[in-house]
Design a protein around this ligand. Structure first.
Ligand code: S5P
Length: 250
């Protein structure tokens, strides 16, 4: 008999990180396992997008450093308001990949001051365990495996990475393209209902496939939603596809 996916309710009992608990509670409340990736270049469009898709998502994933007009007051304050209004978390996809000291500076200083506003941040584990110690008051989402063609995150890398992740109490989730232990949250990008990939190495699977095959907890969808003619309608479509696949995998 095939192994069944663990429910969000059961996972809630296994996880310890407060951000992991919040994320699972939001999923249960909204019947959604959708994280929208807002790879958007202007504050106005980012805020409009967040307001549109906000009711349907558990988290909004940002690449804050691609905004051409970032400003703490006009970008972050309204974004935080929208996160509260629609009950979603803000996940900054910074993919830290340096020594601990540099990462701490990048996390709290410079113009973005990520530590002031992000609920979750992504980090590579390439710098080793101690490099992750400085992320406080935030949920760390560790990159275990990447979706792109030719990635170096092969089975050996992932095995070593998983040892770091399992011993790091500030890590609350993994990004990967494979199944992971039940006491961690799995997020999977490279999800699209129609596209086969792009010309820059991205590889796509459907929500159904990643939830069935990897038992992923959260699908991360970028261009599939923000490039659509009607992003809100598309977000609903992905939310329903993700939730149906989740219920079927239980
Ligand atoms: O392995 C990865 C990890 C991440 S976080 N592959 C990814 O594509 N991502 C991110 O997910 C990527 O940086 C982008 O923001 C999003 C995928 O966007 P899409 O437009 O291809 O759906």
């Amino acid at each position: 008999q095939e192994k069944k996916k663990i429910s969000y309710e059961n996972k809630l009992e296994k996880v310890e990180h407060p951000m992991a608990k919040r994320l699972l509670e939001i999923a249960i409340e909204k019947n959604s396992n959708l994280i929208a990736s807002a790879d958007i270049l202007s504050t106005r469009e980012l805020l409009d997008f967040a307001d549109m898709v906000g009711p349907h998502i558990v988290a909004l994933k940002t690449h804050i450093d691609i905004l051409t007009d970032f400003d703490a007051d006009s970008t972050i304050l309204p974004l935080k308001d929208l996160a509260q209004k629609h009950n979603f978390l803000i996940m900054e996809d910074r993919k830290f990949a340096d020594i601990g000291n540099t990462q701490e500076l990048q996390f709290s200083y410079g113009m973005y001051k990520i530590s002031n506003w992000a609920d979750l941040v992504t980090a590579q584990v390439i710098g080793g365990s101690a490099s992750l110690d400085g992320f406080h008051n935030v949920g760390v989402v560790a990159i275990l495996g990447m979706s792109s063609k030719g990635t170096l995150t092969d089975a050996h890398y992932r095995e070593e990475a998983m040892k770091i992740i399992e011993n790091q109490s500030n890590v609350m989730a993994c990004v990967a393209q494979n199944e992971i232990p039940d006491d961690l949250i799995l997020m999977t990008p490279g999800v699209n209902l129609s596209d086969a990939g792009d010309s820059k190495g991205q590889q796509y699977n459907t929500p159904e496939k990643v939830i069935n095959n990897y038992h992923t907890d959260f699908i991360i969808v970028g261009r599939g939603i923000y490039k659509a003619e009607n992003p809100e309608q598309e977000a609903v479509k992905y939310k329903m596809a993700g939730w149906e696949a989740y219920k079927k995998a239980l």
